[in-house]
Design a protein around this ligand. Structure first.
Ligand code: HAM
Length: 421
C-alpha cells in the first residue's frame, strides 16, 4: 500500500493539551464563580442550529453570517449551521424553555465552542471558546452596567487587571435609521476613495464604516456624524445612566465613537475589553452589548436583553504570557506496576487505591525497571509494585517516589496507607 500522510487537525482549529488544560480550567472555574456571584445560572445550547436562527440573529449581511458561517445540509435536507456565537441560541432557548415565563430578567451563562471561518492567526481560531453571559427580559441600563461589571470581575479574577474598556452607544430602531441616513449622506461623496468593502457598506451597512481598519478609509472618520449627537431621548437617557453607574462602580472606560461591533443585533450600549496598552489591531478579550431587537428578529415576542462573551482562547493566552503559573493536568498519583502478566490483580489493586487516590496501571509488557522510569517521568507520588508471588499473598511493595522508601503492605491496608493527609 502506498504510504500516505498522517492525518492532521483541520486548519484553524487546535488541540488543547493536558499541559495547557489546567490553565483553561482556572479560567473556566473563575467564570462560573463570577457568574454565580452575580446570580447567573448555567445553560447549554446545541452547537448546531438552524441556519435561519444565525442569519436572522447576527444579521444576514454580517461577516459572521456570510463569509464566516460553517453551514451544511443534514441528511434530512435541513439547512443547519455551526453556531458562530451563543446569543441568538440563548435567546431562542429562553423562549423555548419557558424562561420568559419565570422571574425577569433571566440571568444566564454558557461556556462552549463557537465556529467562524475566519483567517486563522494568533488569538483567532475557527473553533474557539466563549464564556457568554446574557440577561434577558430586562431593559434597565443598570443591567448594561452589570454585565460590564461581570466581564471585568472575571478578567480581574484570572489576574488580568490592566484593561481598557471601550464604550459606545449605537442607538436603537427609533433613532438609528435617521442617523444612518446622515452617515450615508456624509460618506457618499467619498465613496470612490474607500476600499471596496467599505464602498459596499455605504449603502448596505454604513455603521461598519466606522470600525474599518483599512488605512485609506481612516481620514474620513473624524468628521463623520456621531450617533451620540443624534440619539432619541430614551437612548440618550439610558446612555447617561450607564455611564453614571459605571462611574459609581469605579469602572473606568474610554468613550469610543467608532465602536459599533460586527454583529447586527446590537442596540444602545456596546463595549469591548482590551488588554491595556493594546494597539487597537489586537483582538478584544471580551465584548458585548444590548440587543433589544434580537428576539423580534427571530420572530419571538419583542424582549430586551444585554450580555457579553469573553474569548477563553485569548484570555488563557494572555494569562500564560502574564506569567500565570501553567497548571498541568495531573496524571495519576499512584502507578501500579505489576511485574509480569498480572492484569486482573493489577486492576484489582488499582480499584482499591482509587477509593482514596487517583491510580493508573502500567499494563505494558516491559521490565519493572522500565516501568519505574515511566512512573518517575509521570511524576507519580507512589509506585505500587508486585510480583506473581506477592499477588498470591495479596501483598504489594508501596514505594514513595520522592524518598525512595519502600514498604510491604497487604491489599486491604493499601487505602489506609495512601489516605491523603
Ligand atoms: P464577539 O465580539 O463576536 O461577540 O465575540 C466575543 C469574544 O469572543 C471576542 O471578544 C473574542 O474574545 C472572542 N472571539 C471572537 N472570535 C474569535 C475567534 N475567531 N477566535 C478566538 N476568539 C474569538 C459575540 O460573540 C457576542 N455574542 C457577544 C454578546 C453576548 N453580546 C451580547 N451577548
Amino acid at each position: 500500500m502506498p504510504k500516505t500522510e498522517p492525518i492532521k487537525a483541520v486548519r484553524g482549529v487546535r488541540d488543547i493539551l493536558p499541559e495547557e488544560r489546567g490553565l483553561w480550567r482556572v479560567a473556566e472555574q473563575a467564570a462560573a464563580r463570577v457568574a454565580h456571584r452575580f446570580g447567573y445560572r448555567e445553560i447549554e445550547t446545541p452547537i448546531i442550529e438552524r441556519r435561519e436562527l444565525i442569519e436572522r440573529g447576527v444579521g444576514e449581511d454580517s461577516d459572521a453570517a456570510t463569509k464566516e458561517l460553517y453551514r451544511f445540509e443534514d441528511r434530512g435536507g435541513r439547512q443547519l449551521a455551526l453556531r458562530p456565537e451563543a446569543t441568538a441560541s440563548v435567546v431562542r432557548a429562553y423562549f423555548e424553555g419557558g424562561l420568559n415565563q419565570g422571574p425577569q430578567p433571566a440571568r444566564l451563562y454558557l461556556m462552549g465552542p463557537m465556529f467562524r471561518y475566519d483567517r486563522p492567526q494568533k488569538g483567532r481560531y475557527r473553533q474557539f471558546f466563549q464564556f457568554d453571559i446574557e440577561a434577558i427580559g430586562g431593559s434597565s441600563p443598570a443591567l448594561d452596567a452589570e454585565v460590564i461589571e461581570v466581564a471585568r470581575a472575571w478578567l480581574f479574577e484570572v489576574g488580568l487587571k490592566e484593561l481598557t474598556l471601550e464604550l459606545n452607544t449605537i442607538g436603537d430602531s427609533i433613532c438609528r435609521p435617521a442617523y444612518l441616513d446622515l452617515l450615508r449622506a456624509y460618506y457618499r461623496p467619498f465613496k470612490s476613495r474607500l476600499h471596496s468593502e467599505c464602498q459596499h457598506r455605504v449603502e448596505v451597512n454604513p455603521l461598519r464604516l466606522l470600525d474599518c481598519k483599512v488605512p485609506q478609509c481612516q481620514p474620513f472618520k473624524a468628521d463623520a456624524p456621531r450617533i451620540t449627537d443624534h440619539l432619541c431621548e430614551p437612548c440618550a437617557l439610558a446612555w447617561k445612566t450607564v455611564r453614571q453607574l459605571l462611574d459609581a462602580a469605579g469602572i473606568e472606560y474610554h468613550l469610543n465613537p467608532y465602536l459599533v461591533r460586527g454583529l447586527d443585533y446590537y442596540t444602545r450600549t456596546v463595549f469591548e475589553f482590551y488588554p491595556a496598552g493594546s494597539t487597537g489591531s489586537q483582538d478584544a478579550l471580551a465584548s458585548g452589548g444590548r440587543y433589544d431587537g434580537l428576539a423580534a428578529a427571530l420572530s419571538w415576542e419583542s424582549t430586551p436583553g444585554v450580555g457579553f462573551a469573553g474569548g477563553l482562547d485569548r484570555v488563557t493566552e494572555l494569562m500564560a504570557t502574564e506569567g500565570e503559573q501553567v497548571i498541568t493536568e495531573p496524571a495519576a498519583e499512584v502507578i501500579v506496576l505489576p511485574d509480569g502478566d498480572l492484569v486482573a490483580e493489577a486492576a484489582e489493586v488499582a480499584r482499591l487505591i482509587r477509593t482514596v487516590r487517583s491510580a493508573a496501571v502500567d499494563y505494558e509488557p516491559r521490565s519493572l525497571r522500565a516501568k519505574m522510569r515511566a512512573a518517575d517521568k509521570q511524576q507519580a507520588k507512589w509506585a505500587v509494585l508486585f510480583s506473581a508471588e506477592n499477588a498470591k499473598q495479596h501483598k504489594v511493595q508501596l514505594r514513595d517516589m520522592r524518598t525512595g522508601e519502600q514498604v510491604e503492605v497487604s491489599w486491604p491496608e493499601l487505602p489506609e496507607r495512601l489516605l491523603p493527609d
